[in-house]
Design a protein around this ligand. Structure first.
Ligand SMILES: Cc1cc2nc3c(=O)[nH]c(=O)nc-3n(C[C@H](O)[C@H](O)[C@H](O)COP(=O)(O)O)c2cc1C
Length: 206
């Protein structure tokens, strides 16, 4: 399917009903490739993904323990567990900052600003580091959602989940935090429900 970005943005909506057709390995790779190309602060790329396709794990994700029994999730042939690597975020932010300095990529003051930023992130609380890295992960997930539309796939961002059981099941370290679950599959919808959106007047501050 060839479409413009504008068309993909207009067509994207949260899909919670899927055909039984699996999402191919090649399609999943295309989605992750889109994530790889997303922008990130100081090119830190703190996103990490766990693709889940096996039925038992999807059933478990759809249980009350993980997602407050969002049963429709079990019908998604693929679920991406989208994580932020807080340790990697700080490390790669610093590496970029030093690279900027060594290679005199920017003038003196902005270079110092970048170094200050990297130092601040190192000392920041976990909550602050999670907020900053989750922002980057969210951008990557947006890229995935739009690329999925182009591939004829539907997605839904799931923010209602219990992080503890997910971390345990996937063996995540304390620095690897779950940002969202992304359901992916071939849409099975009789019609697309109308979406309510705020007007430009409501979102543009004067
Ligand atoms: C941060 C966030 C959390 C969300 N959590 C859930 C969720 O747990 N379950 C769900 O079914 N949809 C969830 N959604 C999807 C939203 O309900 C949906 O994006 C919104 O209603 C707008 O509809 P649209 O995506 O079709 O445009 C979430 C979306 C975002 C961005």
């Amino acid at each position: 399917m060839t479409m413009t970005v504008k068309e993909a943005i207009a067509a994207r909506h949260s899909v919670r009903s899927f055909t039984g057709e699996p999402v191919s390995e090649a399609a999943l790779e295309e989605l992750l490739e889109a994530a790889r190309q997303a922008p990130s602060s100081l090119n830190s790329q703190p996103w990490r993904f766990i693709p889940v396709t096996d039925e038992a794990t999807r059933e478990w994700i759809a249980s009350s323990e993980v997602s407050r029994k969002q049963r429709w999730l079990a019908g998604a042939p693929a679920i991406l567990v989208c994580c932020a690597d807080l340790e990697g975020y700080v490390r790669d932010t610093q590496a970029s900052a030093f690279f900027y300095k060594e290679n005199k990529i920017m003038d003196e003051e902005p270079t110092q600003g970048v170094l200050d930023y990297a130092e601040r992130e190192e000392k920041a609380s976990e909550t602050a580091r999670f907020g900053a890295s989750a922002m980057n992960v969210a951008l990557a997930v947006s890229f995935i959602m739009l690329r999925a539309v182009e591939l004829g796939l539907g997605t839904c961002w799931v923010g209602m989940f219990n992080e503890g059981p997910l971390k345990e099941r996937f063996g995540l370290t304390p620095d690897q935090r779950v940002v969202c679950l992304l359901a992916v599959g071939h849409p099975d919808e009789p019609s697309v429900p109308p979406r309510n959106r705020k007007s430009l007047d409501e979102i543009v501050l004067k």
